[in-house]
Unconditional design. Structure first.
Length: 419
């Protein structure tokens, strides 16, 4: 019953390959929209063939021989499909064809799977459906796996059929000991491999998923943010050289809009629009997820936009701001932090975190609105910032309590109330 639902066997006459008045008989296998076809090695005159039935006409000796052969082929194909479906969670038409023809399936390897996946990832990047940064995660994951295989097993590759749960936990342990990286960092690689392995199972390259009982867990991230006082200190810093002044302006712009570096480079004059109520809005699509990011411009971002309206970056590159390479931008931000006396690692991510916390959530902007402006697909991502705000409020109250307890007047009043 399962065969009839999933495997379609079509016997047909390929008239395009007709020679000397004879056309070859072909079989086409289709499984869930995927198909393959091959010749049965038999030929017949077209007028002696019933296309709809996929059989030879009449009851003569030639027709009997061909029809008996076709019935045998059908039976063998279905038999091979039954065996394959019992051994694999996903069967392809090519697997059924190879089994019928006696072609031994070569064992797929882990590196072969990863390269196949990377090819599909590159196609998505080229089509604009995946960011280059996401591709980098998969490329780095491949390098980590190669290093793991070399150091743990002295191998350059491994057959997929040999991957068991032990491989997964050994890979995790390798990160914890040999690589010495933080949990959230190596969990990204574990997650990438888990995604690739799921692909192998769906393709029928792997019978069982070794990641089935493994859950990728992350430690709560301690997202650093700037206070309003620190933002004002950077904003009001004067006598900066030109390159640092430009970086300062762009950084402050990000603090008040939440744009990430990759999206910042995509901002152009076309990203600016005015709503019916006269408000100025900034809009782009996140390179990381492709989701819309739309933010109403506050006075400071508007001021910075106006400042660069005649800059060459508008005329030559059609960019809103003169954005440096990521490497230079981060280096200049470090220099800016030193000049301003701020002991925090300034990045566009920190500016984005600051927008989510200090600028919006801390000032009563609903989390749903913040999530929309940041271009988050899931509000649970935004809730991380809400926890940062709660921690900040809690720390502020603890500091207040400490100051009150150190105040002699407050101490006396506290004793009176207790008495």
């Amino acid at each position: 019953m399962k065969v009839n639902q999933n495997l379609s066997i079509l016997i047909w006459l390929n008239k395009s390959k007709m020679i000397d008045g004879l056309a070859p008989i072909y079989v086409r296998l289709t499984i869930e929209g995927r198909r393959t076809q091959f010749s049965l090695g038999k030929k017949i005159e077209p007028d002696k063939w019933i296309q709809k039935a996929g059989m030879a006409k009449g009851s003569g000796q030639e027709a009997k021989i061909i029809n008996n052969y076709i019935n045998t082929v059908r039976g063998e194909l279905q038999k091979n499909y039954n065996v394959l479906i019992s051994q694999n969670e996903y069967v392809t038409p090519e697997m059924v064809r190879n089994a019928y023809m006696g072609v031994k399936e070569e064992k797929k390897t882990l590196m072969e799977l990863i390269d196949y996946h990377l090819l599909r990832v590159q196609e998505r990047v080229d089509a604009g459906r995946m960011s280059k940064n996401t591709k980098k995660h998969f490329v780095t994951t491949k390098l980590k796996i190669q290093s793991f295989l070399r150091n743990k097993y002295n191998l350059s590759d491994e057959a997929l059929c040999n991957l068991k749960y032990q491989f997964v936990i050994d890979f995790e342990y390798y990160f914890e000991t040999f690589e010495g990286v933080k949990k959230n960092t190596y969990m990204k690689y574990m997650s990438c491999l888990k995604q690739i392995i799921r692909h192998a199972v769906r393709l029928g390259w792997l019978k069982t998923n070794p990641f089935q009982d493994f859950k990728c867990t992350y430690e709560p991230a301690n997202k650093d943010i700037l206070t309003m006082e620190e933002i004002e200190l950077i904003y009001n810093k004067s006598n900066l050289i030109k390159r640092l002044e430009e970086v300062r302006d762009i950084f402050i712009f990000c603090c008040f809009t939440g744009f990430a570096y990759a999206d910042l480079t995509n901002l152009s004059p076309d990203s600016i629009s005015k709503s019916v109520d006269g408000e100025i809005w900034l809009q782009t699509y996140r390179e990381k997820t492709g989701t819309k990011e739309r933010v109403m411009a506050l006075p400071i971002p508007i001021e910075i936009i106006e400042k660069y309206k005649n800059h060459n970056c508008r005329k030559i590159q059609n960019r809103l701001f003169p954005v440096n390479s990521n490497q230079k931008y981060n280096a200049y931000l470090k220099e800016l932090a030193d000049i301003c006396g701020i002991n925090k690692y300034l990045t566009t991510h920190l500016a984005r975190h600051t927008f989510a916390t200090t600028i919006t959530l801390s000032n009563g902007v609903p989390i749903e609105s913040v999530s929309s402006m940041l271009g988050h697909k899931d509000i649970r991502t935004t809730q991380i910032y809400a926890r940062v705000v709660q921690q900040k409020v809690s720390q502020d109250m603890k500091d207040l309590r400490k100051r009150m307890m150190n105040n002699p007047t407050m101490k006396e009043e506290s004793k009176l109330k207790i008495a």
